[in-house]
Design a protein around this ligand. Structure first.
Ligand SMILES: *[C@@H]1O[C@H](CO)[C@@H](O)[C@H](O)[C@H]1NC(C)=O
Length: 254
């Protein structure tokens, strides 16, 4: 009897394998979604549907039945967040925004209620590993992560990390708490459809971002003066064409 062993060639071109992700679970079976609630681009205008943290958690947690907005990719188990485009598609926005989103908003993992934290504390970090197969058609592109000012203080972000159809990644930072005047800094370029990771931190009153585990790039926070803040991560469409983002890891640390 002869056993023929298959030859295995390992090359740098092999796709990255995400062994930990189970394609037959909802996202909550593969990702710790206890620190998040989900904002969807459906529901009524000014009051889009929100899915609570407890409903998101576990292998049988929430995913939309039509696999249009928030679901597990059947091949690789990625957490997919999709937005159909601008409001002309019928998608709905939150009260203070003109744009539609499928986006996670930070909550207190012990209560599931929206939370915020002090940027002067020693550790406030958001990390994500993702592929953007389809950024929207706006100039700066789709927002893939944010630090947002506490809602009782302002409806504006501290900063938004954008990814556009050229693969350019820029950070927009508001200069004041009343906002509306983001200053943009180039962070890097990752070709569309290529996996990368980012880490966003706002700790000891220093805002910084890094790509692919590289050095932290520090950003001015102008006159913001460390407002109480929270993290957001997902797909916040800024254009009129659809956007599609696949996440392989998301974590938050305080
Ligand atoms: C993407 O962003 C870069 C940097 O801001 C910009 O130069 C480029 O024109 C943008 N691409 C598109 C298609 O708007």
């Amino acid at each position: 009897m002869h056993l023929q062993l298959a030859s295995i060639y390992i090359t740098a071109a092999l796709p990255v394998i995400h062994a930990a992700l189970n394609p037959s679970c909802a996202p909550g079976g593969n990702f710790d979604l206890s620190p998040w609630e989900l904002q969807l681009p459906i529901g009524s205008t000014g009051s889009p549907e929100t899915i609570s943290s407890s409903s998101l958690q576990g292998c049988s947690g929430y995913q939309d039945s039509g696999h249009q907005y928030f679901f597990t990719e059947s091949g690789d188990g990625a957490l997919v967040m999709k937005v159909p485009g601008g409001t002309s598609t019928g998608c709905v926005t939150t009260p203070n925004s003109k744009h539609c989103r499928t986006e996670l908003r930070e909550v207190d993992p012990s209560t599931g209620s929206p939370t915020s934290w002090d940027p002067n504390a020693g550790t406030n970090r958001l990390s994500a590993t993702l592929i953007v197969p389809e950024p929207d058609n706006s100039g700066h592109g789709t927002v893939i992560g944010q630090v947002h000012i506490d809602d009782s203080v302002s409806s504006k972000p501290v900063c938004e990390l954008y990814y556009n159809s050229s693969g350019d990644i820029v950070m927009g930072v508001e200069q004041t708490r009343s906002g509306g005047n983001e200053k943009f800094t180039t962070i890097g370029n990752v070709p569309v459809g290529t996996q990368f990771s980012y880490e966003l931190s706002y700790e000891s009153n220093v805002l910084s971002v890094s790509l692919n585990g590289g050095s932290q790039q520090t950003l001015s926070t102008y006159s913001l003066d460390a407002p109480t803040s929270y993290f957001k991560v997902g797909n916040y469409n800024q254009g009129t064409s659809p956007s599609d983002i696949h996440f392989f890891a998301i974590s938050v640390q305080h």
